[in-house]
Write a protein that binds this ligand. Structure first.
Ligand SMILES: Nc1ncnc2c1ncn2[C@@H]1O[C@H](COP(=O)(O)OP(=O)(O)O)[C@@H](O)[C@H]1O
Ligand SMILES: [Mg+2]
Length: 244
């Protein structure tokens, strides 16, 4: 026997995903993510990035292909069961509960935890996002877009996930806030959480990731180390706005 390669934490194998009968959003896509990694999935609007995350978190069941997590098949499982296994999904557009306070939103993120006290979790979240600590009594609907993004990420982290999936965390944010969100993404990863990062901001995503995949209308166009992708001519032209 040859030496056993380390099993990926997450394996998406040849997944096809459809909406209704006509819209084929993923046409046989395979990706993997290993413990410790930040993996970026980049691509234009409509490429199938959100569909990929929905397929992993169980909101969608693939038409064919499968998703394995810790070596176990999760495609076909209900979303709440997948969440309980440790996969947290921060959806596109944040979806915080606008009429609940920051604190109450965070509490919702811990719904599947058994521990009586969440004090350590709150402390961890407020260390990462000091602003949320200061705004703990504020209604989430009155936070700015960037603050809501932090809250959505904080809420996901309340479950102490083993895999964090972020869908377009920088969307609609000012350049300064984009930098801040990416700093926090790096920090969350350094503290031990692997991250599957979906972004249209290809440059930022590839700067923070170790590896990346490029999705084009439901197909993988390219994959590789983030630094190779950042220097790839086709990527530079199509996604980084660099001519030539
Ligand atoms: N709920 C839906 N019903 C029908 N078509 C959808 C739905 N969601 C997404 N699509 C289509 O699937 C394709 C992939 O969409 P999506 O995964 O949202 O792309 P991305 O996140 O990369 O912008 C697009 O053609 C989109 O119009
Ligand atoms: Mg999307």
């Amino acid at each position: 026997m040859t030496t056993n390669p380390v099993k990926p934490l997450l394996e998406v194998k040849n997944v096809h995903a459809v909406y209704g009968r006509k819209i084929r959003a993923l046409k046989g896509v395979s990706v993997e993510l290993h413990a410790g990694e930040i993996v970026a999935l980049i691509g234009n609007n409509g490429a199938g990035k959100t569909t990929m995350l929905k397929t992993i978190s169980g909101i969608l069941t693939p038409e064919s292909g499968e998703v394995l997590y810790q070596g176990r098949r999760i495609s076909g499982m209900e979303p709440h069961r997948i969440a309980r296994l440790g996969i947290a999904h921060v959806p596109e557009g944040r979806h915080v509960f606008p009429r609940l306070t920051v604190m109450e939103n965070l509490e919702m993120g811990a719904y599947c935890r058994k521990e009586a006290s969440l004090l350590d979790e709150y402390r961890r979240i407020f260390d990462l996002f000091p602003l949320l600590g200061r705004r703990r009594a504020q209604l989430a609907g009155t936070l700015s877009g960037g603050e809501q993004q932090m809250l959505a990420m904080g809420r996901a982290l309340m479950a102490s996930p083993k895999l964090l999936m972020l869908d377009e965390p920088s969307m609609g944010l000012s350049p300064a806030l984009v930098d801040k969100i990416f700093d926090i993404i790096r920090k969350i990863n350094q503290l031990g959480t692997p991250i599957f990062l979906v972004e249209q901001n290809a440059r930022k995503a590839l700067q923070v990731a170790s590896r990346g995949y490029v999705l084009e209308t439901g197909n993988l166009a390219l994959s590789g180390s983030a630094s190779n992708l950042l220097h790839n001519k086709a990527v530079r032209h199509a996604y980084l706005g660099i001519a030539g």
